[in-house]
Design a protein around this ligand. Structure first.
Ligand code: GLA
Length: 795
């Protein structure tokens, strides 16, 4: 529900309220973002907006008054008058800055959400509502529409801005942030996810102080180094955290997959704001007369249950309103990917051997990774030549794909559509399609260059090549990779079209989205898994098309515990692609028990990256059992809520839990492709306990309260593959004839029945070594131990 009340606008989705006001000079200001307060009257809003003016000593925006923008919380700040922070919007005309005064001219409240621009965005929904605030600077002839969309119970505000040039000469847009999150009190910590290749998304928590803190990407992707997700939580020593402040937490994310900047500023009056959008350093846009530019959407999340609650808000929101609805709630194929198994040494024969083994284990989809095309025997050739290598597939890739299908599996292939090798036919034909400067030196990453996706002809060319392969092999799955950052960003196409080179990064990523759009429209049932040298482009823009993303090239289960824990603060578990891979780890050389690898990989979309012929740790029955366990957890992975109970960044004994009440999703769109999924009516919970290093007597009575459980009784037992009959019945619908068996080696923990009340308040006992004296406490002995405990409500 959105209401205008006097000079106020109140957006309330049932979970949160977001209130803004029109200030004395017509600038939109912020009043409140927090728990829902549906019934507020005008006098309440006036009371909320009341505050002490701090404008003594500031420059005044209106002569003869004390009104200044310096001490206001601004919804879309500009620079050049009385606010001195970085602007959300800046424009120039012939190199001269325009000092804008954007004043309110009117509003619209629209029922439903429509697709309002090309590319990724929150999905249309008849129950959503949007407020459009019209702003204008009549002298400068600029109009700005600020849009705010809420979805019922979404606890999220979706912001974007549309800027229109009304003058009869072109203007240059130099800054166009998507929005600002204003916070009115002090004592906040900023949480964000930083990393590198193979060490993506490590949690950073920094206390904010007056000044500016920045996270950003300039690599041409949302990047390994930073992620556009960030959050504000009360610092533990802030006074408000002791005042029963409902544990308020805010989060931001950006529906954009290229260079971005998010900055947290605290001004001289202690006002905190987080502004996020396209990175201005690598952005510029020419606005012709009457032309508009619409920013990507910024998502503003709010929870009164702290950071962990915030992760559930953003996960539900992304699932219900952004991620590809064709797949988001759909059962996913368990894949065997050939990469770590054979790397570039693949051929029809060794792949078929692997595939036959995979089929015996109940794997659903056989994926041939890099090396199947052109003459790619190493990573130094053939990108751009998307036709099968006949030496490796003498009977043809289509015939190979038929053999895979005849084994009862789907067929999947790796592509890196945005790249070109200098050693390729494509480069021979179209060297001008590579992104590089017209003269001089250029950088090369992994022996490859980037294709100019700002050019529609390039996108179309790659699309046509991919169509041919998809159709001839009846492809079910694509792994879409992107393995290098963009350097020396120069497009011959833009030069030829007389467009500014500063438009490159934005146009490039919208070229990527255009290819995604074409593929998902032409082949809606082909599942596209995102990847960028692991998890270098894990963001809402990609999730709009790809329901799952390869979380990291690092498949070491210990490192993955951290990467997955942190990634799941921002994104739903159903977007994390996790594989059991080679042993010892090809990235770190570490060894693990296979149980540990499996129990880490099971919290996400489960699969394998394993040479099943050479790996003697698992029998086919073991793998079938593991897949059975995944199938048992999968409804909760797709629909449920994830709880971060003990952090692997802080503890030697991390723990997580997954809970599904058996009913969600209430708001999930019903599409033909997800209506047939197996839905449990029963509550389900799975608790993952880990011990990374063995340590004695670390906790006297280790127990983990499970706040999500109801009253009543719960059967507690180690996760086992659903015993034969039930799983078989559930899967029969989609996989006629597939068998399963339970190979989980029983640990020394007998099933028990415990009251929910007790588990909620006192806690589930942790499986730790306890001097051998405690009855019925499963024991962890040694490093890298793990156990998943299943809880079933039985009364
Ligand atoms: C990237 C991906 C890997 C694999 C290789 C193939 O590094 O992240 O999973 O596909 O490329 O070259």
């Amino acid at each position: 529900m959105i209401r205008q009340q006097g000079r106020f606008f109140h957006l309330c989705d049932g979970a949160i309220s977001y209130i803004l006001e029109i200030l004395d000079d017509g600038t939109p200001g912020h009043v409140y973002f927090g728990a829902a307060m549906a019934d507020l009257e005008l006098e309440d809003l006036e009371y909320m907006a009341r505050r002490c003016g701090k404008s003594t000593g500031t420059v005044k925006a209106i002569a003869g008054t004390s009104f200044s923008l310096a001490d206001q919380m601004l919804e879309y700040p500009v620079y050049g008058t009385t606010s001195f922070l970085e602007p959300a919007l800046a424009m120039e005309q012939e190199g001269m800055p325009l000092y804008l005064r954007l004043a309110y001219t009117g509003f619209e409240i629209r029922d439903g959400k429509e697709k309002s621009m090309p590319g990724p965005q929150t999905r249309p929904d008849p129950k959503a509502q949007s407020l459009i605030l019209h702003l204008a600077d009549r002298d400068a002839q600029v109009e700005v529409d600020l849009s705010y969309t809420i979805y019922m119970q979404g606890a999220t505000v979706v912001r974007s801005a549309k800027i229109t040039n009304l003058a009869n000469c072109p203007r240059n847009l130099t800054h166009a942030a998507s929005g600002v999150l204003n916070v009115r009190d002090t004592g906040w910590n900023w949480i964000h996810l930083n990393g590198s290749w193979a060490r993506e998304r490590q949690i950073v928590e920094q206390a904010l102080v007056p000044g500016t803190a920045v996270i950003e990407s300039l690599t041409g992707a949302s990047s390994h180094q930073c992620n556009p997700w960030n959050a504000l939580v009360k610092s533990p020593d802030s006074p408000a955290s002791c005042q029963g402040d409902n544990n308020l937490a805010y989060g931001c994310n950006l529906v954009y997959s290229s260079n971005f900047k998010a900055q947290a500023d605290i001004n001289e009056f202690g006002l905190l704001r987080v502004m996020e959008g396209i990175h201005p350093l690598t952005f510029g846009w020419t606005l012709q007369p009457l032309a508009s530019f619409q920013t990507p959407e910024m998502l503003l999340f709010c929870s009164i249950e702290g950071l962990d609650g915030l992760s559930r808000v953003s996960s539900r929101f992304l699932r219900d309103h952004l991620i590809n609805p064709n797949f988001v709630y759909k059962r996913r194929p368990v894949c065997l990917n050939s990469w770590e198994a054979v790397y570039f040494t693949l051929n029809e024969q060794n792949l078929l051997e692997l595939a036959r083994e995979a089929a015996k284990c109940g794997i659903d989809c056989f994926v041939v990774d890099d090396g199947w095309f052109g003459h790619r025997d190493l990573d130094n050739s053939s990108l751009g030549d998307w036709y099968p290598d006949q030496k490796k597939f003498p009977s043809g890739l289509d015939a190979f794909a038929r053999q895979i299908r005849s084994l009862g599996m789907q067929f999947g292939l790796w592509f890196e559509p945005e790249m070109i090798s200098e050693d390729s036919e494509l480069y021979g034909k179209h060297p001008q399609w590579a992104v590089k400067p017209p003269a001089g030196q250029y950088s090369v990453g992994r022996s490859q260059l980037v294709l100019d996706f700002s050019c529609p002809e390039v996108v179309e060319y790659i699309f046509r090549q991919m169509c041919q392969v998809i159709e001839s092999t009846k492809l079910s799955y694509i792994k879409w990779d992107m393995n290098r950052s963009i350097t020396e960003a120069y497009s011959q196409y833009l030069a030829q079209e007389k467009e500014g080179q500063k438009e490159f990064f934005y146009r490039y990523i919208y070229g990527v989205y255009a290819l995604y759009e074409k593929l998902t429209e032409a082949y809606p049932d082909v599942l596209i898994e995102g990847c960028a040298a692991g998890g270098g482009r894990f963001d809402p823009g990609i999730l709009y098309y790809s329901p799952q993303i390869w979380t990291s090239d690092n498949t070491d289960a210990f490192d993955r515990l951290k990467i997955q824990y942190a990634t799941s603060l921002a994104y739903p578990l159903s977007t994390l692609s996790n594989h059991i891979s080679q042993f010892p780890s090809h990235q770190t050389g570490r060894t693990f028990t296979s149980e540990f690898q499996k129990d880490v990989a099971l919290f996400g979309i489960f699969g394998y990256e394993l040479n099943l012929i050479e790996d003697h740790r698992f029998s086919p029955a073991d793998l079938t059992g593991q897949i059975g366990q995944y199938r048992q957890m999968e409804p909760a992975i797709l629909h449920g809520d994830f709880y971060h109970l003990a952090s692997p960044f802080a503890s030697n004994e991390p723990a997580v839990a997954l809970y599904w009440d058996g009913k969600r999703p209430q708001s999930a769109p019903k599409t033909a492709s997800n209506s047939h999924q197996v839905l449990s009516k029963q509550e389900q919970a799975f608790v993952g306990f880990y011990q990374t290093l063995s340590s004695l007597h670390s906790i006297y009575r280790p127990a983990l309260p499970l706040p999500f459980l109801a009253d009543g009784q719960y059967l507690i037992q180690p996760l086992q593959a659903q015993s034969s009959m039930q799983l078989h019945l559930d899967l029969e619908e989609e996989n006629p004839g597939k068998q399963t068996s339970d190979s989980q080696s029983a640990r020394n923990m007998e099933p028990e029945v415990i009251r929910g009340q007790l588990l909620r308040h006192d806690g589930l006992r942790k499986p730790v070594k306890n001097n051998g004296s405690n009855r019925n406490v499963a024991q962890f002995i040694g490093d890298f131990q793990a156990m998943i405990i299943e809880l079933k409500k039985i009364g």
